[in-house]
Design a protein around this ligand. Structure first.
Ligand SMILES: C[S@@+](CC[C@H](N)C(=O)[O-])C[C@H]1O[C@@H](n2cnc3c(N)ncnc32)[C@H](O)[C@@H]1O
Length: 351
C-alpha cells in the first residue's frame, strides 16, 4: 500500500484528538468533583476572579481550567476572559436530575493498576470482577447510571410493562439481580412502600454500599451472591437484571436461576446496552469506541473473570442473543421496549 498524505494527516489528528479527550475528561472530572461547574452562574458570564470568589480557589488556576473547558466547547467564551455556562451546559454538566446529565460519568482517568490488569487479561484471556475493582468503581457505576434511571424508571419503564405497577402496589416481591449499590432498588422501594425487595450481586464493595443504604429497612434484603445462587423456589413476582447480564460470565446460568425463582405469572425486566450484533450498524453509535473501552476495562473483564465465561462484553447482548438465551433458560416470550434511552434497550421477559 502507498502512503496517502490526507489519510496520514487525518489519522494523526485523530490520535491527538483522542489524547485531548482523555485530558479534557480528567479536567471535567475535577470540575465536577471540586464543584466548579456547579459554582458557575447559568446564562451569565463570569471571569476567573468571580469564580475564585464563589469557590475560594486560586484565580490563575481557575483561568487555565476555564480556558480548557471553553476550548473543549463545554463552556462558551469569545475572549478567554469571560466564560458562560449555558442552560444546555448546566443540563449536561450540573443538573443531576436532568436525563442529559453526564457529570457523574466523567470519572477520574483509569488507575495504572487497573490498566495493568487489562494488559494481563489481554495476555491471558482471564479478566477480573467488579469486586476486584473496589469501592470507587462501585460508586462510579452508580454515578454514571443513576441520573438516567431517575429520569426513566418510574415515569417510562414501569408503565411500559403491563401489570408491573399493580403487582408492586399490591405488595409483590421483586429481586434485582446484579443490583450493584442498590440505587434501582431504592427508587422502587420508595415508590412502592408495601412491596418487598431483594438484591443479589457478588461484588463485596457494591453490596456493602447497598446494605448501608437499606440499614434498618426490613423490606429490602441484600445478598452478596451470584445471580445463579438465587433461591430455587418460585418466590418472586418480578425480577430485574439492569445493565449486568452481559457482565456475567454465565448469563445462561443466571437466567435459568431467575426462571426458577420467578412465579409462573411473574415477569423479568432486562435492561441491556443497545447493540445489534453487527459492527457496521453499531458504528452509527457516536461513542462506539467508548463502548469497547468500557468493555475492556469492566464488562468483558467481568464476563471472563472465571474460567469458561461466555465473555459477551458491553455490546455482546443484542436482541437476538438475549432472546436465544431467555428461551433456552425456559422463558416463553421476549418483548423489546424502546423507551427513548439512548444507551439501553429494555425487555419484558415472560415465563
Ligand atoms: C455495570 S454494573 C450494574 C449494576 C446495577 N445493576 C446498576 O444498574 O447500577 C454490573 C453488575 O453486575 C454484577 N455481576 C457480575 N457478575 C454477576 C453475576 N454472576 N451475578 C450477579 N451479578 C453479577 C457486578 O458485580 C456489577 O455490580
Amino acid at each position: 500500500m502507498t502512503m496517502d498524505d490526507d489519510k496520514l494527516g487525518l489519522l494523526t489528528l485523530r490520535a491527538w484528538k483522542t489524547r485531548e479527550g482523555a485530558l479534557v475528561n480528567a479536567m471535567m472530572y475535577l470540575g465536577h468533583s471540586l464543584g466548579l461547574f456547579a459554582a458557575m452562574p447559568v446564562g451569565e458570564t463570569i471571569d476567573p476572579s468571580g469564580l475564585a470568589e464563589r469557590t475560594g480557589h486560586d484565580p490563575r488556576w481557575l483561568e487555565e481550567w476555564l480556558r480548557c473547558m471553553a476550548a473543549a466547547e463545554l463552556l462558551e467564551s469569545d475572549d478567554g476572559h469571560r466564560f458562560l455556562l449555558s442552560p444546555e451546559g448546566a443540563a449536561v454538566l450540573v443538573d443531576d436530575a436532568s436525563p442529559n446529565f453526564a457529570g457523574g460519568a466523567m470519572q477520574a482517568p483509569i488507575a495504572p493498576s487497573h490498566l495493568e490488569a487489562v494488559g494481563t487479561a489481554i495476555r491471558t484471556g482471564r479478566g477480573f470482577s467488579y469486586s476486584d475493582l473496589g469501592t470507587e468503581m462501585a460508586k462510579n457505576v452508580e454515578a454514571g447510571f443513576a441520573p438516567s434511571e431517575r429520569a426513566l424508571l418510574l415515569p417510562a419503564l414501569v408503565p411500559a410493562i403491563a401489570g408491573l405497577a399493580d403487582r408492586l402496589e399490591a405488595g409483590g416481591s421483586l429481586v434485582d439481580v446484579g443490583c450493584g449499590t442498590g440505587h434501582t432498588l431504592e427508587l422502587l422501594a420508595d415508590a412502592y412502600p408495601g412491596a418487598t425487595f431483594a438484591g443479589y450481586d457478588p461484588s463485596v464493595p457494591a453490596t456493602d454500599i447497598a446494605r448501608e443504604r437499606f440499614a434498618g429497612n426490613p423490606r429490602v434484603s441484600i445478598h452478596t451472591e451470584f445471580g445463579h445462587d438465587l433461591p430455587s423456589d418460585p418466590r418472586f413476582d418480578v425480577a430485574l437484571t439492569f445493565d449486568c447480564l452481559h457482565d456475567m460470565p454465565r448469563p445462561d446460568l443466571t437466567l435459568a436461576a431467575v426462571r426458577r425463582a420467578l412465579r409462573d405469572d411473574g415477569v423479568l425486566v432486562v435492561k441491556e446496552i443497545r447493540s445489534t450484533g453487527d459492527f457496521r450498524t453499531d458504528r452509527k453509535n457516536p461513542v462506539h469506541a467508548m463502548m469497547y473501552g468500557s468493555s475492556l476495562t469492566t464488562c468483558l473483564a467481568s464476563a471472563t473473570s472465571i474460567p469458561d465465561g461466555l465473555g459477551l462484553g458491553t455490546l455482546g447482548l443484542h436482541p437476538e442473543a438475549l432472546e436465544r438465551l431467555c428461551l433456552a433458560a425456559g422463558f416463553s416470550s421476549v418483548t423489546m421496549h424502546d423507551i427513548g434511552d439512548p444507551v439501553n434497550l429494555y425487555y419484558e421477559v415472560r415465563p
